[in-house]
Design a protein around this ligand. Structure first.
Ligand SMILES: C[S@@+](CC[C@H](N)C(=O)[O-])C[C@H]1O[C@@H](n2cnc3c(N)ncnc32)[C@H](O)[C@@H]1O
Length: 230
């Protein structure tokens, strides 16, 4: 049983829709802006794929998804505009075509920049999603659906993680937009809460600072899991 080998590897599988990991497991990926804890990929692979399945990560960053894939015997292909290591393939979601056939992947996972939260942190490139205005960012999300939907197997999964953003006391409800865009052709099956730790705000001040100043922090991302039911 896969669950017993995950226990041996000391990976916790969550029993509900809050996937709360304070620390990034050092075995997966490396220090990188917006790196996800490898434990999130491990839970995703456990629930939504099986051994030897093909998985595509469109925003591989530090390669966390690939490292977890090796441990869990998943065939993970990592794409990124700014490849950080040799096993990540250079790919621009805005410019490059999808070269994979129909019904190829059991799952596609996306951890894109969350709109401009990491502005110019990944690169200065014009097509870097972190450097786009809101309208173009949302169009790029539509492009993902347009280009890659066909390569997901019937009953396979498409997952995307995103967080809302507040600027000058206005909330940008990116989660709502993401749900709207991908629900057009896919069926939403899970919304998973992934709490934030170590954001730049959280590092700057302790929690009393926010409470005293009545500044309510955004404390989580949401992982949307859609299924292709056709
Ligand atoms: C939040 S990070 C991914 C972090 C990754 N999940 C990890 O654990 O290391 C977002 C990634 O999106 C990439 N990116 C930005 N614009 C892109 C584009 N147009 N096409 C493909 N990747 C892009 C950035 O280079 C960055 O590595």
């Amino acid at each position: 049983m896969e669950i017993s080998s995950l226990k041996i590897f000391d990976i916790r599988i969550c029993e509900n829709s809050v996937w709360d990991f304070k620390i990034c497991d050092k075995r997966f990926g490396f220090r990188y802006p917006g790196r996800l804890p490898g434990q999130i990929y491990a839970n995703f692979y456990y629930y939504f794929s099986g051994k030897n399945d093909m998985i595509l990560d469109l925003f591989a960053g530090s390669g966390t998804s690939i490292d977890v894939g090796k441990l869990m015997t998943r065939n993970v292909i990592g794409y990124d505009l700014n490849p950080s290591r040799k096993d990540i393939i250079q790919f621009d979601i805005l410019k490059d075509p999808n070269r994979f056939p129909k019904n190829y992947f059991q799952a596609i996972f996306c951890d894109p920049p969350y709109y401009n939260m990491n502005y110019k942190l990944y690169s200065n490139k014009k097509t870097d999603l972190a450097n786009l205005n809101l309208n173009d960012f949302l169009k790029s999300m539509e492009l993902i659906d347009l280009k890659f939907n066909r390569s997901i197997k019937k009953n396979g999964y498409f997952a995307i993680i995103i967080s809302n953003k507040r600027k000058n006391s206005k909330l940008f409800d990116l989660e709502f937009k993401i749900n709207e865009i991908f629900s057009k052709h896919l069926t939403l099956v899970h919304k998973i809460i992934v709490p934030y730790y170590n954001t730049k705000y959280q590092k700057l001040w302790n929690k009393n600072h926010f409470i005293t100043n009545k500044f309510l922090l955004i404390g989580h991302r949401t992982l949307f899991v859609f299924q292709k039911k056709y």
